[in-house]
Ligand binder design. Structure first.
Ligand SMILES: NC(=O)C1=CN([C@@H]2O[C@H](COP(=O)(O)OP(=O)(O)OC[C@H]3O[C@@H](n4cnc5c(N)ncnc54)[C@H](OP(=O)(O)O)[C@@H]3O)[C@@H](O)[C@H]2O)C=CC1
Ligand SMILES: CC(C)(CO)C(=O)C(=O)O
Length: 307
């Protein structure tokens, strides 16, 4: 099975690297700077599950991408989606399955419009990863799961074939027969976390020490959950309990990747992760005052950095 990993950043580098390490047929579609870094230093992973250095990982750049692949693992940021689509389009043939790992939901519509819905699976990952100053992939916490599935539910031959390859990858890979519900739940969690920590400029544990901090975090989760429910994907009770527990855990250092990006002065996925949720809440007449304020502050951040 030929796998094209689009982007070798935090999550593409991590999951693509683990697959490559397991012997899978992986090629990274990268831009010139990353190609040069990988050629000189290799793909380096620092992780609680074991460090790895993969010298000379197979890479291709857009101008020389001519062949189609069986699977495209899409790991760019949302603001790079159009550019990434233009770059990997030649790799998509009649039997290619695209697994997007971006946070949020809107990218599914964009991918469907370009490649046809039948080629676009659902996908998500739960991991906290980043690139350090040496451009190594650093996994910050032990969780490392990748979930994918048919968006209409159930399983299929292609899901079983992908599962077989991913199962060897030294991360938790699971095929889901309710991936849309999983993606919505992930979005609710991530949006609550990203909106709260970027607005308060602090990890969960610090927000909890402030007067009103706990109510603020739980209120944000309620707003995001109500928006998902209005879309027909009410978070399951078990999910809600687990996430409520995580965002009210005293002393928790938990943040979101958007918080880390904002802290580092990097671009953020404000429209894709938060703005799109606000738009869906508005369309369904769900009040989301906390989420809306967080979206506004993210747009102010973007304006200040000229994004
Ligand atoms: N980091 C995390 O912990 C998590 C992130 N996510 C989500 O995953 C997605 C990716 O995040 P993350 O890995 O952190 O982002 P990174 O910025 O670390 O990596 C994205 C990579 O995509 C590459 N890229 C963008 N456009 C192209 C293109 N046209 N051709 C080739 N490569 C391209 C970038 O390349 P270049 O280096 O050239 O800019 C970059 O290396 C986001 O939607 C994020 O919200 C989800 C769960 C956890
Ligand atoms: C949900 C979480 C926090 C971990 O996967 C995430 O997706 C992110 O930080 O972007």
């Amino acid at each position: 099975m030929r796998i094209l990993v689009v982007g070798a950043g935090a999550i593409g580098g991590y999951f693509g690297g683990r697959l490559l390490q397991s012997g899978a047929d992986v090629t990274f579609l990268v831009r010139p700077r990353r190609a040069a870094e990988l050629a000189s230093a290799g793909l380096v992973i620092r992780s609680p599950a074991g460090d790895a250095t993969l010298p000379n990982p197979p890479t291709v750049q857009a101008d020389s991408l001519k062949q189609t692949f069986d699977v495209v693992l899409l790991s760019c940021k949302a603001y790079d989606l159009d550019d990434a689509i233009a770059s990997f389009a030649p790799a998509v043939g009649p039997h290619t399955s695209i697994i997007p790992l971006l946070n949020g939901m809107k990218h599914l519509d964009v991918l469907d419009a370009k490649f046809g819905r039948e080629r676009v699976l659902g996908g998500l990952c739960a991991i906290a990863a980043t690139l350090n100053e040496r451009r190594e992939v650093v996994q910050l916490q032990p969780m490392q799961s990748l979930t994918f599935g048919e968006r209409d539910g159930g399983s299929s031959d292609r899901i079983r074939a992908i599962s077989e390859v991913f199962a060897r990858g030294n991360f938790n890979a699971s095929a889901s027969d309710h991936i849309m519900q999983d993606m919505w739940e992930k979005w609710v969690f991530l949006a609550s976390l990203a909106a709260s920590t970027t607005l308060m400029r602090a990890p969960v544990g610090v927000i909890l020490t402030a007067p009103g901090g706990k109510d603020f975090l739980l209120g944000m989760l309620d707003e995001c959950s109500a928006t998902a429910a209005a879309a027909g994907y009410a978070p399951a009770g078990a999910f809600f309990q687990r996430v409520s527990g995580m965002i009210t855990a005293e002393g928790s250092p938990m943040t979101a990747s958007m918080f880390r990006d904002l802290h580092a002065g990097l671009p953020v996925e404000a429209d894709h992760v938060i703005g799109d949720l606000v738009a869906r809440a508005d369309a369904a007449k769900v009040p989301v005052p906390r989420l809306r304020i967080s979206y506004t502050q993210l747009k102010v951040y973007e304006a200040l950095r000229g994004q």
